[in-house]
Ligand binder design. Structure first.
Ligand code: GLC
Length: 594
């Protein structure tokens, strides 16, 4: 009876969208039965959370939200051990923890867990479903919401569905995109770009057991799911609800723009993707309204707004702010904030329902997706600029302070992305190697400058674990054959607990970064960080300095960020509405809040 009442909130729209997409009433019945089952199985504690959040639907927008991403094994070993490390997370006053994929995966090749063998079971190397439920309960007590990935686009080629498909089971072959010859694959190849240029050419992999070509957008061992088959949507939804009932509060829907394929298109951002995300949102609102969706949409700002849906028919609650991340690194290497400012202006103009997670580093590379039209407008050659940036962060450009590596270099297009930890990309590693204390002090300032600008941005700041203690690149991955081929492993190394212990020792890099980040955390308690604060860029009359103004009620703050190693002078127009000095001098890489 109660479930019926919850379902009635969205029944009409859900049925309408499902039938429009699938014309399959029996499958709709299976979806609703799965929802009812999950609703019945949800614990009283989680139902209480549902009730609290239904009364406070904007909970994830509070200024106090503060996130971190990490790998369970690299940070602590396994889920049980991670629960023991909770004090370290509480010390940072986190409210949100994103654990990298931890569901059953093949070993050793699993794309960092993004090849999933079983969407319902924790990988035995990391623990059990009970450990996960126990951890989420502990985190909840500490006011920390757990985020997990839902790898929507594909399964591991060793998932039981793929194994059944390989064994010739037609039902499961229909879960994937399988073709006996090249006719259809060749048609796709005409319009679908390739994600990885350094793997086998094309988007399809020949499967000898099945004697068919199978669509593999990412790695050959990641088989793309076929969402045109309603069974795939129903099964995936049931698994998502199962995880929600283990206490997961945020789902990061991985690579979501790719999930719908259609001949003659790029197979990215198709309208059906939005139908599926909208249906998922409604399912969650019916069964577990405490849970929110975070989309991984690595696209230009103009593509992003669509993933939020409309206020009446919302899709994702939040998205990654990829373009600010890229532009922050771009501004740092080029000592020029013009592109960053233009990009921030585009983001600030998005409607209020567009809610972003701001970050500098995560488990992935930095892909140099800058706004080419804007680059041309201000006289920057996009290709030359991109090459400058990736060589700079690789440490190969004369005068570069960075230590990093290229990712996915394509000699044909001269395209590449960058890898490395925040501290190493900011110069800490090189300065330590050289024993240059002046360079080290500058590197720490640089690192804090980027974190400050990020924390000043509207919406949720998120940090990659280790940034708070200046974790350096882990070059050791090169001697592990299972990791050596993927340079993203450079910034995926074991958390350095010895370095972490230095966070309380004055005079250490760890202490400087830790204290700097504590100040940023404190800053966000200011009323100007309220969810409905007005945020805009301001003209500094100096491209070396980014100025961001925040206003809430009658209070105004101006954040000034010097992206260069020189002292800089800025002139601020008085129209900000607050008494500010007309000119301000900033030290090298200084972040000043007025
Ligand atoms: C996402 C993940 C990335 C992974 C890819 C394929 O982009 O962030 O790490 O390789 O999806 O699943």
């Amino acid at each position: 009876m109660e479930f019926e009442r919850c379902l009635s909130r969205h029944r009409d729209e859900l049925e309408w969208l499902f039938m429009e997409l699938y014309q399959d009433r029996a499958a709709l019945g299976r979806l609703e039965a799965g929802m009812q089952q999950a609703w019945n199985a949800r614990s009283p504690e989680l139902k209480a959370l549902d009730a609290a959040r239904t009364a406070d639907p904007e909970w994830y927008k509070r200024g106090s939200m503060f996130g971190m991403t990490m790998y369970t094994d690299l940070f602590a070993g396994n889920l049980k051990a991670l629960a023991q490390k909770l004090p370290y997370l509480k010390e940072q006053r986190l409210t949100y923890l994103h654990l990298m994929p931890l569901l059953q995966m093949p070993h050793p090749h699993n794309d960092g867990g993004y090849a999933v063998e079983d969407f319902d079971t924790v990988d035995p190397a990391l623990g059990t479903n009970e450990d996960l439920a126990a951890l989420t309960a502990e985190l909840r007590k500490a006011g920390i919401s757990l985020c997990l990935d839902v790898v929507m686009n594909h399964t591991a080629s060793t998932h039981r569905w793929a194994m059944a498909a390989k064994a010739g089971d037609k039902t499961y072959q229909a879960y994937y995109h399988c073709y006996p010859d090249r006719t259809i694959p060749d048609q796709y190849e005409r319009t679908v770009p390739q994600v990885f240029s350094n793997t086998a050419p094309g988007n399809f992999t020949w499967c000898e057991e099945m004697r068919q070509w199978v669509l593999t957008t990412f790695h050959a061992y990641q088989w793309d799911l076929n969402y045109a088959n309603p069974a795939v949507f129903v099964e995936m939804t049931k698994s998502i609800l199962h995880l929600a009932n283990l206490g997961v509060e945020v789902f990061r829907i991985d690579a979501v723009p790719y999930i719908w394929k259609q001949l003659g298109t790029s197979c990215r951002n198709l309208p059906q993707v939005h139908t599926i995300v909208r249906m998922l949102r409604m399912v969650l609102e019916v069964v577990c309204p405490a849970v929110v969706l975070k989309g991984e949409v690595v696209m230009a700002p103009k593509e992003l707004a669509a993933y939020f849906g409309t206020p009446e028919k919302p899709e994702c609650h939040m998205l990654y702010n990829v373009s600010t991340m890229v532009n922050l690194w771009g501004a740092l290497a080029s000592r020029d904030t013009r592109l960053l400012k233009a990009q921030l202006d585009a983001l600030h103009a998005l409607p209020q329902n567009c809610w972003f997670v701001n970050y500098l580093r995560c488990h992935d590379d930095i892909g140099w997706g800058l706004d080419e039209a804007e680059e041309r407008r201000i006289g920057i050659d996009p290709q030359a600029h991109k090459e400058y940036l990736y060589h700079f962060y690789e440490g190969q450009f004369p005068g570069s302070w960075a230590r990093g590596e290229l990712y996915n270099y394509d000699p044909a297009t001269r395209d590449a992305r960058s890898c490395g930890t925040a501290a190493s990309l900011c110069g800490v590693e090189q300065a330590l190697e050289k024993g240059d204390s002046a360079a080290l002090a500058l590197a720490v300032r640089r690192d804090l400058l980027l974190h400050s600008a990020k924390a000043y941005e509207p919406r949720i700041p998120m940090r990659h674990c280790g940034d708070e203690i200046g974790q350096l690149n882990g070059w050791g991955y090169k001697s592990d054959p299972a990791l050596a081929e993927d340079s993203r492993n450079l910034h995926r190394s074991r958390f350095d607990w010895e370095k972490a212990a230095q966070r309380t020792v004055p005079g250490t890099v760890q202490n400087a970064l830790w204290r700097g980040m504590e100040q940023l955390r404190a800053l966000r308690a200011d009323e100007c960080f309220a969810p409905d604060a007005w945020v805009t860029t301001w003209d500094s009359h100096n491209p070396a300095v980014l100025t961001l103004v925040r206003r809430h009620g009658t209070k105004t703050l101006a954040g000034l960020f010097n992206f260069t190693e020189q002292k800089q002078c800025v002139r601020l127009d008085s129209a900000i509405g607050v008494h500010l000095p007309e000119t301000v001098w900033l030290d090298a890489y200084e972040a000043r809040i007025l």
